[in-house]
Design a protein around this ligand. Structure first.
Ligand code: ADP
Ligand code: AMP
Length: 216
């Protein structure tokens, strides 16, 4: 199963991706996570990406597309994958179509987690993440069991730099200008399903499973 997750930043893509990945046994590929790992390891890719990410801008298409192509050719992707945060521009979506076509493959669907703008600011500014294991929380909607500590590994959880109020507003603008057009892109190919992302985390997951069905 090959799935693309769409939706504004803060819609709950990463949160749902973890459950989808477990339920359907496909790797969760988050371009944001790959960039953040490279930033923390100070690699050349991380140094390049950081310039854009901290300002709420997109990393250039050529850098991002090459990174994703490399990742999709790894062994664990041979039975499918779940893309979270990619594609984010029409050019990226076209590159993905070409990549799949060249391999005689196709996407099963794109799933858009629909959350109106008024919900997003609270979701993103309240997001906390574990810098050690990547687990994600929300101070109000999904708090850890022990305040400020990761449930999974016990590390102190932190706020992402790009989740600060000003940067969130910039990221939402970027989303509207560059990523929202993908909804039409996939809809015109009959590859779009939409779920109501304003519901509770488990209800959103149930809606997604109804769409994806019981196949692995
Ligand atoms: P994305 O990957 O789309 O940027 P996340 O999955 O990181 O979004 O979710 C953003 C924040 O909103 C996180 O703090 C997460 O815990 C919280 N969140 C996710 N889904 C829901 C939901 N259905 N209701 C309330 N809060 C949610
Ligand atoms: P995310 O974790 O998906 O919210 O992504 C965090 C940041 O990483 C984004 O604001 C962008 O700066 C960068 N990024 C992630 N995915 C992409 C992509 N597909 N294209 C360009 N930049 C990206």
């Amino acid at each position: 199963m090959k799935i693309v997750l769409l939706g504004p930043p803060g819609a709950g893509k990463g949160t749902q991706a973890k459950s989808i990945s477990n339920r359907y046994s496909i790797p969760h590929i988050s371009t944001g996570d790959i960039f953040r790992k490279n930033i923390s390891e100070n690699t050349p890719l991380g140094i390049e990406a950081k310039k854009y990410i901290n300002d709420g801008q997109l990393v250039p298409d050529d850098v991002t597309i090459n990174m994703v192509k490399d990742r999709l050719q790894q062994e664990d992707c041979k039975n499918g994958y779940l893309l979270d945060g990619f594609p984010r521009t029409v050019h990226q979506a076209e590159a993905l179509q070409l990549f799949l076509q060249d391999r005689g493959e196709s996407l099963d669907t794109s799933l858009c987690i629909d959350v109106p703008k008024e919900f997003i600011l609270e979701r993103m500014t309240g997001r906390r993440v574990c810098p050690s294991c990547g687990a994600s929380y929300h101070v109000k909607f999904n708090p850890p069991i022990v305040a400020s500590k990761c449930d999974v590994c016990g590390s102190d959880i932190i706020q992402r730099k790009d989740d600060a109020d000003e940067t969130v507003r910039e990221r939402l603008d970027v989303y509207e200008r560059q990523t929202q057009p993908l909804i039409d892109f996939y809809s015109s190919k009959d590859l779009l399903s939409v779920v109501d992302g304003t519901k509770a985390i488990n209800e959103v997951f149930e809606s997604i499973c109804r769409i994806l069905g019981s196949d692995k």
